[in-house]
Design a protein around this ligand. Structure first.
Ligand code: SF4
Length: 366
């Protein structure tokens, strides 16, 4: 069966190993990330089969709302078009009551989750973050998925307390799970080029593992398609797989395809114009084949667009992410996808040949 396409013997052997349940090596992942366009089809077949075995033949999604509570940020990530300095006209900071009002509206529209993230406000305090969590919890019966490892790092530094104490205080105030964002590419040489002031690879790993140890599950993400090499992507995946082996605290892996249009990184000629469609396919396929300890691979329709996101369901992905209701970060960078209704998500899933299943943040079917 696998010989019908024009694939090298090495590629076929790697795919057969993956299909028989063997763990792929980093060199094998690298080989697949560099495979030919016809081999991608074959690798997609293997990824699809593995997804069926691990996650069934249905596609999950969550009804949620994104709340980006401030765009004021002291960071300088050159891939980011969302951040504003405090003096800029369109800089904003929502009060805890305003965040809670958004959560109340979301719950009234059927959301089971709010995803709360923001910039690194220069005067942020732990108390402000706690106030947001408490206000949301008292306003709405929703799961709070909030604050990236970078935000946790920022709060801890600003408040002069340790990571563990910060996470514990956030959990006590209502934090249910965290987005594994701010990972970008977990290679410090790459981070120095695209987000020099962000936490290091080691700090990101430390915060994620600490969260998992405290019973705070997180997602895992990877921002690709800018300055990184295929080997950098493999190193990122290696770190993610190793953490998952140790903690089992990741709920899913979400590859994030770089939106370049309005970013300084691209304007200065320092990055590619995002990944090609084929690169997107390769990343999703390799994520499914290499990350053998992840059940869930989520498409980011905000980054990929509706049609490519739908196609990824045949290339190893089993989750369509959330309705979001509003999305500011990718839109600031030039993405044209801001929200999707539950009906539209279900239609895209059905049209791709799968059964849609609504879930909560932790993948319990609703
Ligand atoms: S990615 Fe986050 S930390 Fe970096 S500049 Fe943008 S808002 Fe700030």
């Amino acid at each position: 069966m696998l010989e019908v396409l024009n694939a090298s013997e090495e590629t076929v052997q790697i795919l057969e190993r993956a299909l028989s349940g063997e763990r792929l090596t980093e060199e094998e992942a690298l080989h697949l990330l560099n495979c030919s366009s016809s081999e991608v089809l074959l690798a997609g077949f293997a990824a699809h089969r593995l997804r069926e075995l691990r996650a069934g033949n249905f596609v999950t999604y969550v009804v949620n709302r994104n709340i980006n509570f401030t765009n004021i940020c002291i960071g300088s990530c050159t891939f980011c078009a969302f951040r504003r300095r405090g003096h800029e006209g369109d800089a904003y900071m929502m009060t805890p009551e305003q965040v809670a009002e958004c959560a109340r509206e979301a719950a009234a529209r059927g959301a089971s989750e709010v995803c709360i993230q923001g910039g690194l406000h220069p005067e942020a305090t732990l108390e402000q973050y706690i106030a947001i969590l408490k206000a949301v919890k008292s306003a709405a019966n929703v799961h709070i998925h909030a604050f990236s490892p970078m935000e946790v790092h920022h709060i801890a530094r600003r408040s002069g307390i340790g990571i563990k104490e910060t996470l514990r205080a956030l959990k006590e105030a209502g934090l249910d799970s965290m987005p594994g964002t701010a990972a970008e590419i977990l290679v410090d040489r790459v981070r120095a080029r695209i987000c020099p002031e962000k936490l290091s690879t080691q700090e990101w790993v430390r915060i994620i593992m600490q969260a998992h140890r405290l019973g705070i599950p997180t997602t895992a993400t990877m921002l690709y398609g800018h300055v990184e090499s295929a080997r950098d992507k493999v190193e990122h995946l290696r770190i993610i797989r190793r953490i998952q082996d140790r903690t089992r605290g990741f709920t899913e892996f979400v590859p994030l395809s770089f939106i370049h249009h309005r970013t300084a990184l691209y304007a200065r000629g320092e990055s590619r114009a995002g990944a090609t469609g084929l690169e997107d396919l390769r990343v999703y396929v390799v994520s499914r084949l290499y990350l053998d300890n992840f059940r869930n691979l989520q498409v980011s329709w905000v980054k990929l667009g509706r049609k490519l996101a739908q196609l990824m369901l045949c290339y190893g992905a089993n989750d369509f992410g959330g309705t979001l209701m509003e999305e500011n970060i990718s839109r600031s960078a030039g993405a044209s996808n801001e929200m999707m209704s539950e009906e539209e998500i279900r239609r895209l899933i059905i049209d791709a040949g799968f059964e849609p299943r609504r879930r909560d943040t932790l993948y319990n079917l609703l």
